[in-house]
Design a protein around this ligand. Structure first.
Ligand SMILES: *Cc1c(COP(=O)(O)O)cnc(C)c1O
Length: 406
């Protein structure tokens, strides 16, 4: 996907618009799939990163399954054509009735607390298997908001509670068919990942009916030049060796599962916005764009860095700017960035916007959510219409007594 495609998108569909490169998604999927030294792995795409039905179908064609964190995501997966058996349901703090709904659909169930595990055993006994989410208490990931495996995290059942898990599963006859861990996003080094894996292997020896181990995800991509990125081939090779060794000790070949989100779709996406205002103040020059934290919240929420390029004026004189949104908040998309000179009306491309971009977008300030476009080679297709004012008010209910007579 080139800047020519992006400019074409902005002319045809307007801005703000999320644009995804289908080939980049395929490339990342294959790269991950092939990283494990010829060991077959099952990749369940973490659809919360980007859940447009076309993206799900594209990944299904590549052979992916899905990781769903809500029952709504499960339904979206089914709608995209996935078999229930290709979907892993990994909820957190949901009502037990939602888990029952998922059991009835027939997806894989991943349980992340002891109370629910006990209830599961009480209701299903040995009739439905489940996977157990273990919290290995390792600090992984670049930001405390996205590091979910540490001691204070709400996710998973502590690795120190394996004895209690065993008690529950033995007494209710629960068949534990998998163990899972997901330590957080933005993991860069193989060592942390392997440390988590070792803990999971150790726990796995307590469960005789396992069919798979699921190592979650968190593989990082480069957000800016010189960024550390997940050494995916190294992580893959090392995990493959340790997994083979574990399987021979365990006495059976298990399946190796992962749930990548960001790694698969982040770099495929660019978010196109238009410069509305160039504002010189006493300390900086602001570029005010026709979007903000309502459409891309990662810079504010995670202090994330997203590279920004002025694609309308690539040869302009480099100048220093702060790129800000139009929301009544301090929504800085990029602070102190050198861009080629920005004029009113120029299109800026915000990079690495495929993951947790559109999927975290909202309607704050009563703004409409952006359109989404898929570029596949030379084909450019709209995959989500821009919202309208009607969409915004569709569920609002007007109370008769408050309607003012005129
Ligand atoms: C969010 C999430 C993932 C994906 O994480 P990425 O950093 O996007 O790869 C995987 N598994 C679970 C359970 C998740 O909640």
């Amino acid at each position: 996907m080139t800047n020519k495609h992006l400019l074409e998108v902005s002319e045809k569909f307007g801005t703000p618009t999320y644009v995804y490169d289908a080939n980049k998604i395929r490339l990342q999927y294959k790269r991950l799939e092939n990283a494990f030294d010829k060991l077959p792995v099952k990749l369940h795409y973490a659809m919360k990163a980007l859940s447009n039905i076309n993206i799900l179908r594209l990944l299904k064609k590549e052979g992916a399954g899905l990781d769903a964190v809500s029952i709504e995501e499960v339904y979206l997966g089914l709608r995209a054509g996935f078999e229930p058996s290709a979907i892993m349901y990994t909820p957190n703090c949901v009502d037990f009735s939602e888990i029952q709904e998922a059991v009835e659909i027939g997806v894989h169930i991943n349980i992340d607390n002891l109370t629910i595990l006990e209830e599961f055993g009480h209701v299903y006994g040995n009739s439905v298997p489940c996977c157990v989410r273990i919290n290995p208490h390792i600090m992984a990931g670049g930001n405390s908001n996205i590091s979910v495996g540490h001691i204070d995290s709400k996710f998973g059942i502590s690795i120190h509670q394996v004895r209690h898990i065993k008690r529950i599963t033995e007494n209710y006859g629960i068949r534990v068919n998998g163990l899972h861990m997901h330590t957080g996003s933005d993991i860069v080094d193989a060592e942390v990942f392997l440390r988590g894996a070792d803990l999971l292997y150790e726990a796995a020896n307590s469960f005789p009916d396992l069919e798979f181990l699921d190592f979650g995800s968190g593989f990082k991509v480069a957000y800016k030049e010189g960024d550390y990125v997940a050494e995916i081939e190294k992580i893959g090779f090392d995990i493959a060796q340790s997994f083979r060794k574990f399987c021979s000790e365990y006495g059976r070949e298990l399946e190796l599962w992962f749930e990548p989100g960001k790694y698969i779709v982040s770099e495929s996406g660019q978010f196109l916005v238009k410069s509305n205002v160039i504002k010189q103040t006493t300390s900086t020059v602001f570029v005010g764009v026709n979007s903000g934290q309502n459409h891309l919240i990662r810079p504010m929420f995670y202090n994330a860095y997203h590279y920004i390029e002025n694609i309308s004026n690539p040869d302009g004189t480099p100048r220093l700017y702060s790129v800000v949104g139009y929301i009544c908040e301090s929504d800085t998309l990029g602070y102190d960035r050198i861009l080629s000179e920005v004029n009113v009306g120029d299109i800026l491309a915000i990079k690495n916007a495929g993951a947790y971009g559109f999927s975290m977008a909202n309607n704050y300030n009563s703004r409409l959510r952006p359109a989404e476009v898929l570029v596949d080679g030379e084909s450019i297709q709209l995959i989500r219409k821009r919202e309208t004012l009607e969409d915004l008010i569709a569920n609002e209910v007007e109370i008769e007594s408050l309607i003012l007579a005129d």
